[in-house]
Write a protein that binds this ligand. Structure first.
Ligand code: DX5
Ligand code: ZN
Length: 230
């Protein structure tokens, strides 16, 4: 996975049909998704519950691009090997999920995956200042995690600070929550390169009408590309 700073659209399958993940993943990839974002929730770190490593492993053969697994769980460390075994390409843990995020990022890389670190809206950019040489991705949450379809919280100042802190390191800045064609240009201009979008991609479409996914993805991409990184 060579480093690429161009805009990447990562549909979140949290907004997919939960009885039909394989076909949904194939449909979004055929319609131009760059990465596939997989939201793992434990009903403890966040007030919602999705799926675990066995389901993620079942998704793997359907994902031809990049499987981007976002862990909203605590603790993280006991499950790292299971997500490596499940075939995650990027494994992201929250800085708020425990006292030893530094060790967690080392363990994720040690298990052969790209390491991501996520920040809740209330957590400052500085929380990752000493982690940037251990991380391949910083995920800036623009909603409080747990549910799709929430209203975007403006974190553009945080994104700008992070890009300045990251400098020329090969670290992605991902935005997660409330991304649509209106909000995408704001975060792209601030320096984000991976845009997660759940409801804005799946809205109005289905595996029987996948061209709607394609139009939704392209609307977000066009809006973000038009903004240009500042
Ligand atoms: C929220 C998840 C997001 C979510 C985004 O806790 O991490 O990935 O699916 O959904 P939208 O794009 O609908 O805000
Ligand atoms: Zn997510």
């Amino acid at each position: 996975m060579p480093f690429d700073r161009s805009i990447k659209i990562a549909p979140s399958i949290l907004s997919a049909d939960f009885a039909n993940f394989g076909a949904e993943i194939r449909a979004i990839e055929a319609q131009g998704a760059d990465w596939v974002h997989v939201d793992v929730m434990d009903g403890h770190f966040v007030p919602n519950l999705t799926f675990g490593p066995m389901a993620v492993k079942a998704f793997r053969p359907h994902v031809k691009t990049v499987m981007d697994v976002h862990l909203m769980i605590a603790p993280v460390d006991p499950y790292i090997d299971a997500y490596a075994e499940a075939g995650a390409d990027v494994l992201t843990a929250h800085v708020e999920a425990g006292p030893h995020i530094h060790r967690t990022l080392q363990a994720i890389r040690g298990a052969g995956m790209k390491a991501g670190v996520a920040l809740n809206p209330g957590t400052p950019a500085e929380a990752v200042a000493h982690l940037l040489d251990l991380a391949d991705l910083v995920c800036v949450m623009t909603v409080n995690p747990g549910f799709g379809g929430q209203k975007f919280i403006d974190m553009t100042a945080k994104v700008r600070s992070l890009r300045a802190m990251i400098g020329d390191r090969p670290v992605h800045v991902e935005i997660d929550g409330g991304v649509d064609p209106v909000t995408a240009p704001l975060v792209a201009a601030a320096g984000a390169d991976v845009l997660v979008a759940g409801s804005a991609v799946f809205k109005g479409g289905s595996v029987d009408a996948p061209e709607v996914y394609g139009r939704n993805i392209e609307a977000i991409r066009a809006a973000a590309d038009g903004a240009g990184a500042a």
